[in-house]
Design a protein around this ligand. Structure first.
Ligand code: M6R
Length: 606
């Protein structure tokens, strides 16, 4: 949550900061602000709302001029979204931008008040800024070292000291931060897309490393003031990947990118028609030897884990526990040596998922991370990493990242099942070949757009919706429901179809549409009976069904037929109309599809 940027160089700093912040708005958009050193004075411009408001403000009032500055886009934690709570914070001597949460800010604030400091905002960040001022000795590194020794919580900080107008200081703990390395110009950012227009080279800051970013170069120190030799990484993402490329929204673009994303993710993990994770450090034998598998993640990533559970249990006959990271980390889980913990995270920075990973490690379990962002905290901490190659996902609502996570879960399931002798090599090869064919089937599903648009037009006025399915279709409907509610703001729940009669069916009226997913043979008759039950009680039903499922006329109000694919893998195809349904409902309601209210892409606080 929150995005921070910094720039030093010959370009117009305010322009670069605003431009970079645009790429980070997915991290929060409650307010935006910049601070630029203009003729030796730190000048701040900030305001509530989207970055566009700040741009308008600077057109009207003028922008600060200079070549060195920091910027921020906020997802509010402490203090409501307002001008005064917007970052940057500080005073004439020290000004900072912050991403994270300072847990002991109240104690620090009380102490500083007793020392004569006054506060204007409700933020935790202002206490750090004032503490920085309190400890300021004329030596920024010494000052920063004292401050980080005192604050508890998570932070990525960009810091300007008025006395050092030729540099930006930066430090991080538990919130991501990179330093972009250019020619006679350097950058600071929470994430790579922010700097891609200017440079592909970057340094990853580790816990409590302090960066001194000057025009002519970057130096990184540890808290003992030792100069570190940092590796410079080069981003391999396409610059255009972070642009809309002619699509109205990033979400729609990202839905369309799914066939390619799946292909680039799975093909390096398939050899001779078999799953192959040797590069990632595991194989069928290793996976089969684990006693238990835990899959832990948040939100959409957790839903990808649910699909993984169903497929691993079905094929490998091995119990899998799926847990929400925020629950897992606090419920003293029964995880131990010889267990495998799989964490799934697009960003690789989700605070709860990271904490769950650390807990599993401390209990002696092996950890395997499925992560999209290279070099992210979770990727660096896990014992084994499978990178998904979805490219940057900008829309807050995850689509392509989910699809590739699911694809990897399937390949892992095939590998465990084969390792445990539950499927033959021939069956494993067959399934893997079917997976290799999935990008084409997913591509075919894109032609369901118009049907989904029509179905969406029938959902607009609902106050609440139900998603139902059984088995894998239930796992999938959880994701369909989340997608719809997060961007359309219509309440929805996903239910195991068989559970309806145990309470929820009493909610059904003509004002509660039901989205049913039926892709699995053997379960179809059961779910279709449930569809009849809700229809008999007045519900409008949208049915997403596999091609081979026989349906009576009139079984549902709208039937969306999926293109043909292997039955076990069909949930990947069904994900597409579920995403499109959510997308068009949001568009038709006139919502901000890519930046739904109250949300941020990367949840780096618990
Ligand atoms: O970056 P992560 O995959 O760890 O994020 C986890 C969730 O916050 C995320 O999947 C969220 O639920 C989606 N943005 C919803 O579309």
């Amino acid at each position: 949550m929150c995005g921070i940027v910094g720039y030093i160089g010959d370009k117009d700093c305010a322009d670069v900061l605003v431009d970079s912040l645009e790429k980070l708005e997915y991290r929060g958009y409650d307010s935006a602000g910049i601070a630029v050193i203009e003729k030796g004075i730190i000048k701040v411009e900030k305001c509530k709302g989207r970055l566009a408001n700040l741009k308008d403000k600077m057109v009207l009032e003028g922008k600060p001029c200079g070549g060195c500055g920091i910027g921020h886009t906020r997802w509010a934690t402490h203090g409501e979204p307002s001008d005064i709570n917007s970052h940057p914070h500080g005073n004439k001597r020290v000004t900072i931008v912050h991403n994270g949460i300072i847990e002991n800010y109240r104690q620090i604030k009380e102490f500083l008040i007793s020392e004569g400091y006054s506060f204007v905002s409700e933020t935790d960040t202002e206490t750090v800024a004032k503490l920085m001022d309190y400890y300021y000795t004329g030596d920024p590194i010494e000052t920063i070292t004292k401050v980080v020794a005192e604050v508890k919580g998570s932070y990525a900080l960009g810091i300007l000291f008025r006395d050092f107008p030729d540099r930006i200081y930066a430090v991080r703990k538990d919130s991501p931060l990179i330093v972009g390395v250019g020619e006679n110009e350097n950058f600071l950012a929470s994430d790579v897309p922010a700097i891609m227009k200017y440079t592909r080279d970057y340094i990853l800051l580790e816990q409590n490393e302090i960066a001194v970013v000057k025009r002519e170069g970057v130096k990184v120190y540890n808290t003992h003031r030792e100069l570190l030799n940092k590796e410079v990484y080069t981003a391999d993402w396409d610059v255009d990947a972070a642009e809309k490329g002619g699509f109205e929204h990033f979400m729609l673009k990202e839905i369309h990118e799914q066939p390619t994303a799946v292909s680039t993710t799975i093909m390096p993990r398939i050899s001779d028609n078999m799953p192959d994770f040797t590069v990632e450090g595991f194989d069928a034998k290793k996976l089969a030897a684990y006693k238990h598998i835990f899959i832990v993640a948040c939100g959409t990533a957790m839903h990808a884990g649910m699909v993984g559970k169903y497929v691993i249990e079905k094929l490998a006959r091995m119990p899998v526990v799926v847990d929400i990271a925020s629950e897992f980390r606090y419920r003293d889980p029964l995880i131990a040596e010889n267990d495998l913990m799989i964490v799934i995270s697009q960003s690789g920075e989700t605070a709860d998922t990271k904490a769950a990973l650390e807990l599993a490690k401390s209990r002696g379990a092996d950890t395997l991370a499925i992560v999209n962002v290279k070099g992210s905290s979770i990727a660096r901490e896990a014992d084994m990493v499978v990178y998904t190659h979805a490219g940057p996902e900008i829309s807050v609502a995850s689509t392509k990242a989910y699809m590739v996570q699911v694809a990897i879960m399937y390949l892992i399931a095939f590998e465990v099942a084969y390792g445990r002798g539950q499927i033959t090599k021939e069956e494993c090869e067959r399934l893997t070949r079917e997976m290799a064919h999935m990008p084409e089937v997913i591509e075919e599903a894109m032609c369901l757009k118009e049907q989904c648009q029509y179905a969406a037009s029938k959902l607009l006025n609902a106050d609440s919706l139900l998603y139902i399915g059984r088995g894998l279709d239930y796992a999938l409907s959880m994701e369909g429901s989340l997608k719809l509610k997060e961007i359309s703001y219509i309440h929805s729940e996903s239910y195991a179809a068989g559970e309806l009669k145990h309470g929820t069916i009493s909610l059904i009226t003509e004002n509660m549409p039901v989205i049913a997913v039926v892709t699995q043979k053997g379960l179809e008759e059961k779910t279709i009976s449930n569809i009849k039950e809700v229809k008999a009680r007045g519900a409008m039903v949208v049915l997403i069904a596999a091609k081979n499922i026989e349906l009576e006329d009139g079984v549902a109000d709208i039937v969306i037929r999926l293109p043909e694919g292997d039955e076990l893998l069909t949930p990947m195809v069904a994900a597409v109309p579920l995403q499109l349904l959510a997308y068009y409902t949001s568009v038709l309601k006139g919502n901000d599809v890519d930046k739904p209210r109250n949300l941020a892409k990367s949840v780096t606080v618990e």
